[in-house]
Design a protein around this ligand. Structure first.
Ligand SMILES: [Zn+2]
Length: 849
C-alpha cells in the first residue's frame, strides 16, 4: 500500500513535471491549470511540436475537452470529401453555455438593422478562432489544441473574465484533407535525430502538396465562390453566429519572421469595407499583438504586405460582415526543424507564436468588446442605409436560356444570405428582355448591401496597382449572367426565394417512338448527355437551329441541341424513354419528345447537320510541374457538374499509357518537354489519328512554342524605357505592369461546336497572365476573341489593355484527323466561372467536330 502510493506519487510528479515543461514553453510562467484537464501532450502521448498531429486526433482531443469540462461543447458542422469531420469547440463559462441560444439570438440583433441594441453591457464578444486553411501550414492546428486547453483548463482571473465576456469558437482545422496529406508526409520522413537540411525529403512534399483540399483547391480563396463542401458548411455556421472577430493562421517562407495585421494600407484593402475597420479596429488589435510578441521576444512585421481585398479570403470575408478578420503568418519550419540563415526554425517555436497571437486575439476581443459590438451594429445599420440611398435600387438578372446557371447563381446569393426575389412581371432594361420565371431581382436596400456590391459591381478605379491576387471578383460576370441596374423609384416586386425553390426544371416527358430533344444551352445538359452515353444510348448533336412541334408545342432549338432518335438504338423504346427520364431527372433539366422529324423551320432531324456524339474517354496528365490548381478544377468540374470520370496519370507514367484507349487528352499549365521525345511523338500521332487535345493556359503556350500547332504569339507594343528611378520604388513600378487577375469581354462564335449552347456572342473571361496569342490565320479557328477595348472589371495598365484587345482567348484547330482546342485563359478559375465552363464541356463532348 505504502509502496503503491509512493509509486503513484512518483508517476504523478513526473507527469506534472512534463506537463509543466510543455506548459512553461507555450504559456506565460506561472499560469495555473486545472490538473483534471489533460494537456494535448497527455492526450496525444507526445509533446506538441515533436510530431504533426493527425486530424482525427485533433478532433479526439477537442471531444475529450468537451466530455470532461462544462466550459466546452463540440459541434460537428460538416465533413470533407474524405469524410473527415469539420468541428467547432465552443468555449465559454458554464453559465453562458446554459444560455447559449439566447446569447446567440441577442447577438444576432446586432446584424438586424430593424432592431436597436445600443446597450452592450450583458452581451458577449463572439470570437471564431480558425486555423489551418492551408494544410501544409501545420503549426496552427497544434496551436488550436493549446489554445483550447488554455481556456478550458486555465484558472487565472484573465481566463475566467474571458469566459464570462466572450464566446470562443475554436475551429481547429479549416482544411482537414490537406492537413492530413501534409502531416502524413512530414511524419513519415521524420528522422531520429531530426534532419534540418532544407533539401531533405521531409521538407519537400510531393505534388500536389498539402496546401489545398481534396480537389487541389485553395480553400482560402473559396469563402466567396463556395465551390466546396468545407466552405459551404463553414459559411452556414458563420451566418448562424456572425462572429465579431475571426482569425486565419498561416505560414510563410522559412527565412521570414512573423506577420500580423494591419496589412498594406489602401492598396490591399477591400473597396466596400468601411475605413473604420482598417483605421480603427486593426490598429487597436495590433497593440495587443505586438505587446504579446514583444513579451516572448519574437520578431515580426506589419503594414508592408498581404492582401486584404479579395472577399474569398478567410480574413476578408468577416470584414464584409461587420467583424474583424485577421490574418497571421508564421515563418514555416515545413517539417519538424529546418535550417534558416538565422538558425534553426523548430516546429514548436512556430506553434508558440500562433498560440501567443491566439491568446492576444482573445484578450483584445474581451478588452475591446463594446467597440466590436458597436462596430457590428453600425456596420449593418449603415449597410442598409447606404443601400437605400443608392440611386440604383437594385439588380435585375437572369438568363432566359439557362435555368441551371440561374439557379446556381441564386444558390450562391442565398448561401451568402443575400435577399433575392423571383420577378412577377417581364421587364426590359438596356435593350434586354427579362422574362418572368427567368428573371430575378436583388434589392440594394438590405443588410447584405456590401455583399450585393461584391456580387454585381464592376470595379475599375483603384488606389494602387499591385495585386497579390485578383483585382476583380464580380460574381455575376463569372456566371456570365445577363444583368442590369434598376433605377426605378420602388423596388421590383416578386416572391422571395429560399434554397428550397432551387430544384431544377425537370418534368416527365411523354414516351415517343420517334425522338427526344434536349436543349444544349442548359448548364447541366452535359450531365444528362454523359448519363445517356454511359447507358449506351446513341445521341446526336445538331449544328444548325430549327423549330419543331413537340409535346410542349412548337419550340425553337439552337446550336448543339441533343437529339435522341428512338428507332436507331440498340434497345427498345421503353428503355430509351426510361434512360431519357433518368438522365434529365439527375441533371434537373427537361427533354421534349417529338413524333415527327419534319421541322417547321430549319433543318429536319434526319439532316446531315446532326452528328453522333463520341463518348469521351478522357485522360489528364498531372504531377511533375503541372499546375495542380488547374488540374483540380478540371477534375472537380467533371466530378461535380457532369459525373464523368477522368483518368489522371502522373507525368512519370505517361510512357505507359495505351493511347488507343482514350480519345481526349487534357493538358493544364505546365511544360511537357520532360515527357521525352518518344512519348511526345506518340501523343502527336494519336492526335493526328483523331484524338482531341485540349490545352489550358500554360499548356497552350507550350503547344505553340513546341510548334505542334501553327499559331503565333501576338506582339507586345513598344514600351517606353522608364526614366532612372530609385531602387526602392522599382517593385511598385514593375508590379503595375503585370496582369494580376481581371475580367474582360470577348466575342464568341456561337455557331462553332466549341461555342455551342451560348445564346449571346458576349462572353466575359478571366485573365491573370500576360500571354498574348494572335487570332488564327484560318478564319474560323478563333472561337473566342477579345473585343477591342475589353476591360470589364479589375486593374490592368493602359498599355497591357491595348495589347490584349483583339487577341485570341480560344483557338480550335485541326491536326491531321484530330483537333487541338487551345484555351488561352482558364475556363474554370476557382470553380466560379460557370460562364466559361461550357467551353470545356464542348471541347470534351464535341471535340471531334
Ligand atoms: Zn497560408
Amino acid at each position: 500500500m505504502r509502496y503503491r502510493s509512493l509509486f503513484t506519487t512518483i508517476v504523478l510528479l513526473f507527469a506534472l513535471f512534463s506537463l509543466k515543461a510543455q506548459n512553461d514553453y507555450f504559456f506565460a510562467e506561472g499560469t495555473r491549470f486545472d490538473p483534471k484537464i489533460p494537456t494535448p501532450e497527455k492526450y496525444l502521448g507526445y509533446p506538441i511540436g515533436t510530431l504533426h498531429t493527425r486530424h482525427d486526433a485533433i478532433v479526439g482531443y477537442m471531444r475529450e475537452l468537451a466530455r470532461i469540462s462544462d466550459r466546452a461543447k463540440l459541434d460537428t458542422i460538416g465533413e470533407t470529401y474524405e469524410h473527415r469531420q469539420l468541428v467547432v469547440l465552443t468555449i465559454t463559462s458554464p453559465e453562458n453555455h446554459r444560455n447559449l441560444e439566447s446569447i446567440r439570438k441577442e447577438h444576432l440583433k446586432l446584424t438586424d438593422p430593424t432592431q436597436r441594441v445600443g446597450d452592450y453591457t450583458d452581451m458577449k464578444s463572439v470570437v471564431l478562432l480558425g486555423y489551418n486553411v492551408h494544410g501544409n501550414e501545420p503549426s496552427s492546428s497544434e496551436a488550436a489544441m493549446l489554445t483550447a486547453y488554455y481556456y478550458v483548463a486555465g484558472q487565472s482571473a484573465e481566463v475566467r473574465a474571458a469566459l464570462k465576456d466572450a464566446v470562443l469558437m475554436v475551429d481547429p482545422t479549416f482544411n482537414p484533407d490537406g492537413r492530413d496529406r501534409h502531416s502524413t508526409w512530414a511524419n513519415s520522413y521524420l528522422g531520429d535525430p531530426m534532419v534540418s537540411d532544407p533539401i531533405d525529403v521531409e521538407h519537400n512534399e510531393a505534388w500536389p502538396r498539402g496546401r489545398t483540399n481534396h480537389y487541389w483547391y485553395d480553400l482560402n480563396r473559396d469563402w466567396l465562390p463556395l465551390a466546396h463542401v468545407e466552405s459551404q458548411s463553414r459559411i452556414d455556421f458563420y451566418h448562424k453566429w456572425y462572429p465579431n472577430v475571426v482569425t486565419d493562421f498561416h505560414e510563410m517562407g522559412t527565412n521570414s519572421t512573423y506577420f500580423f495585421e494591419p496589412t498594406k494600407p489602401f492598396g490591399s484593402e477591400n473597396p466596400v469595407v468601411p475605413r473604420d475597420n482598417y483605421d480603427g479596429l486593426n490598429n487597436l488589435f495590433a497593440g495587443y499583438f505586438h505587446e504579446a510578441l514583444d513579451e516572448i521576444g519574437s520578431l515580426y512585421f506589419t503594414k508592408e504586405q498581404y492582401d486584404n481585398s479579395y472577399p474569398g479570403y478567410g480574413s476578408t470575408y468577416p470584414d464584409i460582415h461587420g467583424a474583424l478578420g485577421l490574418v497571421f503568418e508564421q515563418a514555416s519550419s515545413r517539417g519538424h526543424v529546418q535550417d534558416s540563415p538565422t538558425g534553426k526554425v523548430a516546429f514548436a517555436f512556430t506553434i508558440k507564436n500562433h498560440v501567443t497571437s491566439s491568446l492576444a486575439t482573445v484578450r483584445a476581443s474581451v478588452g475591446e468588446r463594446e467597440v466590436l459590438l458597436k462596430h457590428m451594429e453600425n456596420y449593418f445599420d449603415s449597410a442598409l442605409e447606404e443601400g437605400a440611398k443608392n440611386p440604383v435600387k437594385g439588380w435585375v438578372f437572369g438568363d432566359p436560356a439557362d435555368d441551371g446557371r440561374n439557379q446556381a447563381f441564386i444558390d450562391l446569393l442565398l448561401r451568402h444570405k443575400i435577399k433575392t426575389v423571383a420577378l412577377n412581371d417581364d421587364i426590359e432594361l438596356d435593350g434586354k428582355n427579362y422574362k418572368a420565371g427567368k428573371a430575378f431581382y436583388v434589392p440594394n436596400a438590405q443588410k447584405q448591401y456590401r455583399m450585393v456590391r461584391t456580387m454585381f459591381e464592376k470595379v475599375i478605379d483603384f488606389h494602387d496597382s499591385i495585386f497579390y491576387d485578383a483585382s476583380s471578383w464580380t460574381a455575376a460576370l463569372t456566371y456570365n449572367m445577363p444583368y442590369a441596374e434598376w433605377k426605378g423609384k420602388q423596388d421590383l416586386s416578386g416572391k422571395e426565394l429560399t434554397r428550397n425553390d432551387l430544384k431544377g426544371t425537370y418534368a416527365r416527358v411523354p414516351k415517343t417512338n420517334y425522338a427526344y430533344l434536349i436543349e444544349w444551352n442548359e448548364y447541366y445538359a452535359p450531365k444528362a448527355l454523359n448519363y445517356l452515353l454511359e447507358k449506351g444510348v446513341y445521341v446526336n448533336y445538331g449544328s444548325k437551329p430549327f423549330s419543331i412541334e413537340t409535346n410542349e408545342g412548337v419550340k425553337e432549338y439552337g446550336y448543339g441541341t441533343l437529339m435522341i432518335p428512338v428507332s436507331r438504338q440498340e434497345m427498345d423504346a421503353d428503355l430509351v424513354h426510361a434512360y431519357v427520364e433518368e438522365a434529365t431527372e439527375i441533371a434537373g433539366i427537361r427533354a421534349q419528345s417529338v413524333k415527327t422529324g419534319f421541322s417547321t423551320s430549319g433543318v429536319d432531324l434526319g439532316s446531315g447537320s446532326f452528328t453522333t456524339v463520341r463518348k469521351p474517354k478522357a485522360i489528364m496528365l498531372i504531377g511533375g510541374n503541372t499546375n495542380s490548381a488547374e488540374a483540380g478544377e478540371v477534375w472537380h468540374l467533371f466530378d461535380s457538374k457532369v459525373g464523368m470520370p477522368i483518368t489522371k496519370v502522373d507525368m512519370d507514367n505517361a510512357g505507359r499509357i495505351n493511347w488507343s484507349d482514350y480519345n481526349t487528352l487534357i493538358l493544364v499549365s505546365g511544360s511537357y518537354n520532360s515527357l521525352g521525345e518518344s512519348t511526345l511523338d506518340r501523343i502527336k500521332l494519336w492526335v493526328r489519328e483523331g484524338g482531341t487535345l485540349i490545352t489550358i493556359k500554360g499548356a497552350t503556350s507550350w503547344a505553340i512554342g513546341a510548334k505542334w500547332v501553327n499559331e503565333k504569339y501576338a506582339p507586345r507594343s513598344e514600351r517606353e524605357t522608364p526614366e532612372r528611378m530609385d531602387y526602392v520604388t522599382s517593385r511598385d513600378f514593375y508590379g503595375a505592369q503585370s496582369i494580376g487577375g481581371s475580367m474582360y469581354m470577348t466575342d464568341i462564335d456561337i455557331t462553332h461546336p466549341i461555342g455551342f449552347g451560348y445564346t449571346s456572342r458576349e462572353l466575359p473571361v478571366y485573365r491573370n497572365h500576360s500571354t498574348l496569342i494572335q487570332p488564327s490565320s484560318s478564319p474560323t479557328n478563333t472561337v473566342v476573341k477579345y473585343t477591342e477595348n475589353p476591360l470589364l472589371s479589375g486593374y490592368v495598365s493602359k498599355a497591357n489593355l491595348k495589347d490584349i484587345g483583339g487577341t485570341a482567348s480560344l483557338i480550335a484547330t485541326s491536326m491531321g484527323r484530330g483537333n487541338v482546342v487551345m484555351f488561352v485563359d482558364n475556363p474554370n478559375f476557382r470553380g466560379m466561372w460557370y460562364g466559361t465552363n461550357r467551353l470545356l464541356f464542348n471541347a470534351v463532348f464535341f471535340g471531334n467536330y
